[in-house]
Design a protein. Structure first.
Length: 535
């Protein structure tokens, strides 16, 4: 009887289920073998090892598996996928099962990079509080004409905002949030509807360790207190949260279930990449030393001299000094919100204050009236970043995206123009030849249909195909599932671009190319900056 009553607490169940994108029998199955058994139950106070409520799904086909949970694919036989608890409660599927993918930006404004700062030119603090796109209104659905019937409990709203550390961001425009802040806001937006089952793909993507721990603990508390089942999609190299009950590894063959404590030693007969067994030595320096005091008699590529950037009295950069020598490789390190992106946008001229004498490039102070414009700046640099990723037109092919990096005088965030193959120089041809295996297979595929690895590869090749003087890699490899492709990208930067200055942001050491120096941003009441050299 206990087992029968517990069955009605089952949120989703697969039994000998096969999945296809449509009803045609000629359509390939998502997984070669049926999913024999998979179930997620509502949490309860009893220690029930057979009825798991908190899952982590990893492997090359984790995203497709999560989409199966969310109802995307067609099941065969039809009752091989069921939602017993939702049926018992006669509850609406869309509200009760929430699927969130942090690799896409659905529901957010897709604007050019400068727009986030231009908002300050016409939106005051009071107006922002009533703006449709404030964090508060984004999370609660207020002022959204498609959600007129949504009623949010004020106490529950306050609880979520406090739990996810969003109170101080409530009136901020949603597009002004850092990557870590945005992830917390999107999780809150789903939790505000009090779902029964929460499915999140890559919840910790792009977060610093502190933010990762906070989001993980918040999910655990919310799930336990609200009795929400949770399925997380994690990369194989991600650490498994200690509150997870079961781990599933998913590839072309299907699902293998593993105990979390045994996951690292688990062998399915397939390749499972675990980076803790293959860390890069240069990313774990044995000693660090101050490098800014050294006198180098070479004109700097980039120089900040007592630069300050302030938004409405809030300092983002304060008396900031930084010298970047030509051909040097820097890691920009700091927690979310410490100013990493601001520094990069100043350099790329996407920030309005980049023309207010806050930095020099190649010995020339960047200011209005010097004859240098936004397009001149962008012609000499290559860029790959999450913000740029969000701007790619989904219908552009992989090849069109790559060749758009050859077009001059349009800016790095403009994908509307496609370069010509005859514009490729010797370097560009050589680089593309090294990825001929990937390009032959996917060059004519629309960007939205590419794997995340090929999307990231396209943006990386777009950034380097013109052999830029400056290469900015802002979490450029943070989503790649195929480590071998990432390593090939690293090898190009490490061994074939010696004269290129490289600035890199990444929270995980193994995602970074080989670097020489570290700029460490500390964002507290007494903002300061540390400079180190790898030895």
């Amino acid at each position: 009887m206990k087992s029968s009553s517990r069955l009605y607490q089952c949120l989703v169940r697969f039994q000998n289920a096969t999945f296809r994108a449509d009803t045609r029998t000629t359509t390939p199955q998502v997984f070669k073998a049926p999913i024999e058994e998979f179930s997620v139950f509502k949490p309860n106070d009893q220690d029930d090892q057979d009825h798991s409520s908190f899952w982590a799904i990893t492997g090359p086909k984790k995203t497709q598996f999560l989409q199966c949970i969310g109802g995307k694919y067609i099941t065969s036989p039809p009752l091989a996928r069921t939602y017993p608890f939702l049926k018992e409660k006669h509850s609406g599927f869309n509200d009760r099962v929430q699927l969130l993918n942090f690799r896409e930006q659905s529901g957010l404004d897709k604007t050019y990079l400068l727009a986030r700062y231009e908002t300050f030119a016409f939106k005051g603090k009071l107006e922002m509080a009533d703006d449709v796109n404030s964090v508060h209104n984004y999370v609660t659905g207020a002022y959204n004409y498609n959600n007129n019937n949504v009623v949010v409990n004020p106490q529950f709203e306050a609880y979520l905002f406090s739990l996810l550390n969003l109170n101080h961001l409530s009136n901020k425009w949603i597009n002004l949030l850092s990557n870590g802040q945005m992830r917390r806001a999107r999780i809150a937006k789903l939790l505000i509807t009090r779902p029964e089952l929460l499915v999140i793909d890559d919840p910790f993507l792009g977060l610093d360790p502190g933010a990762t721990a906070m989001v993980s603990e918040s999910l655990k508390r919310v799930a336990s207190e609200l009795q929400i089942g949770i399925v997380l999609g994690l990369r194989v190299q991600d650490d498994i949260p200690n509150w997870i009950d079961k781990v599933g590894y998913v590839d072309d063959e299907g699902l293998s279930v593993v105990d979390p404590s045994k996951f690292q030693s688990h062998s399915t007969g397939r390749t499972v990449l675990r980076h803790q067994h293959n860390k890069k030595e240069n990313m774990v320096p044995t000693a660090l030393k101050d490098t800014m005091s050294a006198k180098i008699n070479v004109p700097p590529h980039i120089q900040f001299d007592n630069a300050s950037v302030v938004y409405r009295g809030l300092p983002v950069l304060l008396d900031f000094n930084w010298i970047v020598q030509p051909g040097s490789r820097w890691r920009i390190l700091g927690d979310n919100g410490t100013g990493k992106t601001t520094i990069l946008l100043l350099i790329t001229a996407d920030h309005p204050q980049s023309w207010k004498s806050v930095l020099s490039v190649n010995g020339k102070l960047r200011k209005s009236g010097t004859g240098v414009n936004f397009f001149d700046v962008n012609n000499n640099l290559g860029l790959s970043s999450p913000e740029l990723h969000a701007l790619v037109p989904p219908g552009k092919t992989m090849w069109q995206v790559i060749l758009s990096g050859l077009v001059k005088d349009v800016g790095n965030s403009n994908f509307m123009f496609t370069g010509k193959e005859n514009q490729l120089g010797h370097f560009g041809l050589s680089i593309l030849q090294q990825f001929n295996d990937r390009l032959e297979k996917s060059k004519d595929t629309p960007f939205c249909q590419l794997s995340i690895t090929d999307q990231k590869l396209a943006l990386f090749l777009r950034a380097i195909v013109k052999n830029p003087q400056l290469l900015i890699l802002d979490e450029a490899f943070s989503c790649m599932d195929e480590e071998s492709v990432m390593e090939r990208c690293h090898d190009i930067v490490n061994h074939q671009m010696h004269s290129t200055t490289v600035l890199s942001i990444g929270h995980l050491d193994w995602e970074l190319v080989k670097l020489d120096y570290v700029l460490h941003l500390v964002g507290d009441d007494q903002r300061h900056y540390n400079y180190y050299k790898y030895t």
